[in-house]
Structures are given as C-alpha cells and as structure tokens.
Write a protein that binds this ligand. Structure first.
Ligand code: FES
Ligand SMILES: [Fe+2]
Length: 393
C-alpha cells in the first residue's frame, strides 16, 4: 500500500477512535438463512466460483525456485502449479493424458519431470509428454500431440492466480480491481511460506468467508484471545468492485497517538491489520508478522461443510527474529487456528444449525458490518441473483 494511502487510513482510524465511530454501510441488510443450506444454490456457486472464476491460490513463494511444483486439489479441480525452467509460473490440469489419473499426488516439491504413478508416462515441467512406458507395446501416440492441459494462470505482484477449468487468459484488473497498488507496495514475493494448516468446519463456506469481515465481535467472542490486542468495532472499509479492503487498529496505535504527533512516521503494520477479500473465496490479512491467506471452499458437495486452508507467509525480518530467539512458527499457527476453530467457527456452526432448523428465516447485518453486506451481494450477483437491498434504519 502506498505511503499516502497508509496515512489516509491511519487518519481515518484515529478519527474513528476519537469520535467513537466506524465505517458505516449506510443501512442494514437482511440475508435469508436459506443461502447457507440450499443445495441448488451450492451447485450454482460451485460452477460459477470454483470452476470458471480466476482464483487466488497463494503467494509466489509457494513456488520459490525454478522447477518447483505444487499439486493442489482444494478447488475441487486437481491442479498442478509449477515454476518452469525459465522461472515462469504455469498451471496445468493434473490429469494424465493416458487414463486420467493424477499425475502428481498432492504436495509441493522440486523436479523437472513428473512420472504418473499408474503406468509411468512421464511429462516435462513444460507440459510435454516426454516418454510413454513400453511405447512399442502401447502404440505410437506421437501423432496425437498429447501434453498436459495448460490452464490460464498469472503471477500478479507476488500472488498466483488460476482459472481451474480453462477459458480466457486472466485479466489483472478483473482479478485485483484496483488493489494492484497495495500488492505492489507489500512486496509479497519476499514473504517465504511459513506453514499451512487445514480447518474443516460444519458450516456453509460463505459463513467461513464472512467470519473475517467484521470486528464488531472481536472484544466479545475473542475477549480472552486476539480481542485483547485490538480496538473492537472499529474499522475502515472500501470496495474494489467485487473485492474489498478493511483495516482495523490494534492497541499499539494508542501509544503512537501519545508519543508521535506526526502520523506519517507511524509504523503502519505495527498498529494495524489490513484485511482483503479477493472474490470469491480468499481472505488475505497483512500485519506486523506477515501475510495470512485463507482460502475457503465448500466441502464434499455439501452446503453445510467447508474447508479453510490457512497459509502463513512470514515477514522476512520476523522470520530472522524468530530464528534468532528460537521462537516457534508453529505456536503462532496454533494460536491463529485456536481463535478461528474454537471461537469463530463454533459460532458459524451454530448459525448453520439454526439455518437448517428453519425457525428463523433471515439474519440482519448492521451498518457496522459493511464488508459482510458487500460479500453477500457480490456472491449473489456472481450467480445471477438480485442483490439484497440496504435498508435505511
Ligand atoms: S494413467 Fe497415467 S500413465 Fe496410465
Ligand atoms: Fe473472529
């Protein structure tokens, strides 16, 4: 994020603290609870969001060097992501041209050729079919021009994007919609992968997405954990087409207010957390420790099951500090997981149960829950539904 933008946000946060205000959506929104339970809606969402829409997969350090690969099935479409011999990011459908099995099992590593575990056909990292096992017995398939099926992909300012079932090349403005400047200034390519963890929960995948979109709950639900360090119910909020940016302040900002009148000198990342939503299913959080990326998916074709894949990319200076002082990366991952799994997702599972019971037909999103209102409407529009009205109350 550019310096002038950071200062503008710090000024807005200080104003909110001083006046007891927060970002305001201009009204309330009622959301039908059937949006969390309807199997037909989930089928539409899976088709619209997890097949043909470009998805943010992670940061560039998932593929840190030439010939690095990452096989990932989280979207529901087996994908093989690589950094080829020239250092270029490419994505393939992870499907063997022989009989259709996975060429590479899920995981990450480094090699320049992949041998299918079924009958040992071998592909190069550039997708070419290099060898057919016992080709004199199998038959000459050279004339078929078989190679791994390449998918539209792009590396944008340190982020990796893929359209899982092919189609048009990716368009940076469509994916980032104005957030390019933010990503550019975060130098995301410099952040090494620190760890990945999977959190399955009994909730609709959209309930996972909206868990990160308001801090009205922070000093209440998380009173004994992360809530102790943060100004609850206080945030900035801006739409970037389907995406959004929300910034909240931690309590170190109060120290800065006392000690340092010149806000342009404040260490922005020490006193804030910047939360991005990248349509349709990714939350990215930038704070003093690094970058957390949460990819949230429906699970097993069920409207009431979801999978969250949390990856932490650590700030290089923080990494050095952790190494110098023998601080465990796993502890920070566990603390993050505990707050999400034992607090946020417990609430979300309760909402899911009530949505399924049907005693109440809708929930209400407040003026201070602007990001949630935005998400619900962006996702409704994404499957061709009418947006929900904002009611002035
Ligand atoms: S399915 Fe891959 S080699 Fe047969
Ligand atoms: Fe939370």
């Amino acid at each position: 994020m550019e310096k002038s933008e950071r200062l503008r946000i710090l000024n807005a946060l200080v104003e909110h603290i001083a006046n007891g205000t927060t970002a305001d959506a201009g009204g309330i929104m009622r959301v039908p609870m059937s949006d969390f339970t309807c199997p037909e809606l989930l089928t539409q969402e899976q088709e619209a969001f997890f097949r043909t829409t470009p998805l943010l997969m992670g940061l560039s350090s998932q593929l840190p060097e030439r010939n690095a690969y990452w096989s990932d099935n989280a979207t529901g479409v087996p994908l093989l992501l690589v950094r080829d011999g020239e250092g270029r990011f490419r994505a393939y459908a992870n499907v063997c041209r022989h009989r259709g099995s996975l060429v590479v099992p899920e995981g990450r590593g480094c090699k320049d050729r992949f041998t299918c575990p079924f009958h040992a056909w071998t592909y190069g990292i550039d997708g070419r079919l290099l060898a057919v096992n016992k080709s004199d017995h199998f038959g000459n398939v050279e004339s078929l021009g078989l190679r791994l099926i390449e998918l539209p992909s792009a590396e944008m300012h340190g982020t990796l994007w893929v359209r899982p079932t092919g189609g048009d090349p990716l368009d940076e403005e469509q994916c980032l919609s104005g957030l390019q400047h933010d990503l550019l200034h975060w130098n995301l390519s410099d952040y090494p992968h620190a760890g990945t963890q999977v959190i399955d929960a009994r909730m609709n995948w959209k309930l996972g997405v909206v868990s990160y979109g308001e801090i009205y709950h922070l000093n209440i639900l998380h009173a004994k954990t992360v809530g102790k360090e943060v100004h609850g119910n206080l945030q900035t909020f801006e739409r970037f087409k389907n995406n959004y940016r929300m910034v909240f302040a931690n309590q170190k900002i109060d120290l800065m207010r006392m000690l340092m009148p010149n806000r342009s000198l404040w260490p922005y990342r020490q006193v804030t957390a910047t939360v991005y939503f990248f349509f349709p299913n990714v939350i990215m959080m930038v704070d003093a420790f690094g970058v957390d990326v949460l990819r949230i998916f429906p699970l097993e074709g069920s409207p009431s099951k979801s999978r969250t894949i949390h990856t932490w990319y650590i700030d290089p200076k923080v990494k050095q500090h952790f190494m110098d002082h023998a601080i465990s990366v796993d502890d920070r991952l566990k603390r993050f997981r505990d707050a999400v799994e034992n607090e946020d997702y417990v609430m979300a599972a309760d909402i899911q149960t009530n949505a399924e019971c049907g005693n109440q037909s809708e929930i209400v999103l407040g003026r201070n829950e602007a990001a949630l209102q935005h998400c619900h409407n962006a996702l409704r529009l994404g499957v061709g539904r009418d947006p929900l009205p904002v009611e002035d109350v």
